[in-house]
Design a protein around this ligand. Structure first.
Ligand SMILES: [Zn+2]
Length: 306
């Protein structure tokens, strides 16, 4: 059914599912600007009625567009609307917004030298821009910086190719956190925990669309090595299982939080009261079996819409 997109107001295709039992009804929206996304009924009202959320609609539009094209369509509920503005995927300044445009052109290029079209009125969310003029400005800046080359242009759209310098910049970006699919796993090593990693943590991360990285370290030599620091820096988020109370796990989680990365704490239920640090102000996913852990962690990662 043709209705208006809840995020940008443009005419969009909206399919609504009514609530079954206690579950809330949701809308599936297919918008030329914001991509495909799902939104709960209460979130669709909040994003229009709550002034704090209403003024952040351009952030949500950028977020849903990026996920729709490169990850998977997101589901927006009211808690996630409050969290998304703090996500590491949301650009913090002008140069990060320009990097979004550069990344978009690179990801859409089928081959080097391919001219990728930007329709300013539809595509401004790819830059997390507020309107078409902002996207137009960023694209022109990137041309001025010799990162993009404009091939054809008129009032509504332009075609851009990435220059060799643009590809170099994109390679650097890919290694950074902005485009990372990596999830760093901080946990105790050892035979017993292998099953927890394979059938719990790793399985949940992969299912959520990310790539787990576990660096095995010797039990007797829990030194924080440079590689661990570097890998946390380039990760999208961290899963920290505190079951065996290893100091390195707390260190790695704290380091990640200092970088503003999302940290998902998990702990085996019977070990929760013996934690060395009181991290109880942060939500922990408590588990009994790796299968438990898989299900709960998967939903926590998905709900967080990273
Ligand atoms: Zn829209």
């Amino acid at each position: 059914m043709e209705e208006k997109c809840f995020l940008c107001g443009k005419t969009a295709r909206v399919e609504s599912t009514t609530c079954q039992s206690n579950a809330e009804g949701t809308h599936k929206v297919v918008c030329e600007r914001c991509g495909t996304y799902h939104i709960t009924e209460s979130a669709s009202e909040a994003v229009q009625d709550d002034p704090e959320l209403e003024k952040k609609r351009w952030i949500f539009a950028g977020y849903t567009r990026e996920h729709s094209e490169f990850v998977r369509p997101v589901r927006l509920d009211t808690p996630s609307l409050h969290q998304i503005p703090f996500s590491s995927e949301v650009p913090r300044d002008v140069s990060e917004k320009m990097d979004k445009v550069l990344s978009y052109i690179a990801r859409k290029s089928e081959f080097a030298g391919h001219a990728v079209c930007l329709v300013f009125d539809n595509d401004y969310p790819v830059a997390f821009a507020r309107d078409r003029r902002e996207l137009d400005y960023f694209a022109r800046c990137l041309c001025g910086m010799s990162i993009l080359q404009m091939d054809i242009t008129n009032n509504n759209f332009a075609k851009f190719t990435l220059t060799p310098g643009g590809w170099q910049r994109y390679e650097i970006l890919k290694k950074s956190r902005l485009l990372s699919k990596q999830a760093f796993v901080a946990m105790a090593s050892g035979e017993k925990m292998k099953d927890v990693f394979q059938n719990g943590i790793s399985k949940a991360i992969v299912e959520a669309g990310y790539e787990p990285l576990l660096i095995e370290i010797e039990e007797h030599n829990e030194r924080i090595c440079d590689r661990i620091i570097a890998e946390i820096r380039r990760s999208k988020f961290v899963v920290a299982d505190v079951t065996c109370h290893r100091p390195n796990v707390y260190f790695e989680a704290g380091f990640a939080m200092g970088l503003n990365l999302e940290v998902f704490f998990t702990c085996r239920e019977d070990a929760f009261d013996q934690r060395h640090f009181d991290t109880s102000q942060y939500k922990h996913t408590l588990w009994k079996t790796p299968e438990d852990l898989y299900t709960s962690l998967l939903w926590r990662i998905k709900a967080r819409n990273l």
